[in-house]
Design a protein around this ligand. Structure first.
Ligand code: ZN
Ligand code: ZN
Length: 246
């Protein structure tokens, strides 16, 4: 197996069974927890905002649709599609529920299932389908996929799952007008010295927007502890009036 993440090309530990790196798995994990939080906002966005009634004007030739089509395309029914045809005839993209269920079904068919037959012999067979104990809601399938992520990242198709869920969340955030919180960090980048390090809610690492360097929070804390006292001393010298030589 290649020792690079099939999604972001980040290096994987030697001999790893993964196809997705820890950082990409973390993003999928946060996205699957984020999707259900958008549902009330999506439901509220279903009805078009017709605005105040207007008098006069030329009027419309047709009545407006009673729902926003782009929201219906997310919340409505649909069907999962094969990997090589991710959008199929659903040109606006696969709705949330069938996309999540489709991936759960795909994952389940690769999972071995153990059962005892009538003679008490353990039989290992392919799983016939996923069962979400919390029901069949969008939140339940998000939770199901989240629980099986450690297995999913060891499958060759995991980068396809990543990109489809990323695209789904991009469509959702476009409607709910939200984006992950991004906070600039105090210390400069250890690789390029630019003050461009940021932490973003759905990312495992602190990353540099100038050179794409990535640091864990422990690495950043250690770097900050080394560099900030030096920078503070330089800044202090620059603002302190120098005494004239005697
Ligand atoms: Zn990755
Ligand atoms: Zn940098």
């Amino acid at each position: 197996m290649d020792d690079h993440c099939t999604n972001c090309a980040g290096r994987l530990p030697a001999g790893s069974a993964r196809y997705l790196c820890e950082a990409c798995e973390y993003q999928l994990h946060t996205w699957l927890r984020e999707i259900p939080r958008h549902l009330p906002l999506l439901a509220d966005s279903l009805q078009p905002d017709t605005g105040p009634a207007q008098r006069g004007g030329s009027g419309r030739a047709h009545s407006p649709l009673p729902v926003r089509v782009e929201v219906l395309n997310l919340l409505g029914p649909g069907h999962a599609v094969p990997l090589d045809d991710p959008h199929g005839d659903q040109s606006a993209g696969v709705p949330i529920a069938p996309l999540l269920y489709g991936w759960a079904l795909y994952l389940a068919t690769e999972l071995p299932s153990a059962r005892r037959d009538e003679h008490g012999t353990v039989r290992i067979e392919p799983c016939t389908g996923p069962v979400a104990r919390a029901g069949s809601s969008i939140a339940a399938w998000c939770s199901w996929l989240d629980a099986y992520l450690p297995y999913a990242v060891t499958r060759q198709w995991s980068a396809d799952m990543y990109s489809q869920i990323e695209d789904l969340l991009r469509r959702i955030r476009h409607i709910t007008n939200t984006r992950p919180r991004r906070r600039p960090m105090q210390a400069p980048c250890p690789s390029c010295s630019a003050f461009a390090l940021v932490t973003v809610d759905d990312q495992l690492h602190i990353s540099c927007e100038a050179c794409a360097a990535r640091l864990t929070s422990d690495e950043y804390d250690e770097h900050r502890a080394q560099v900030m006292p030096v920078l503070a001393a330089i800044a202090l010298r620059m603002i302190t009036p120098q005494k004239a030589a005697a």
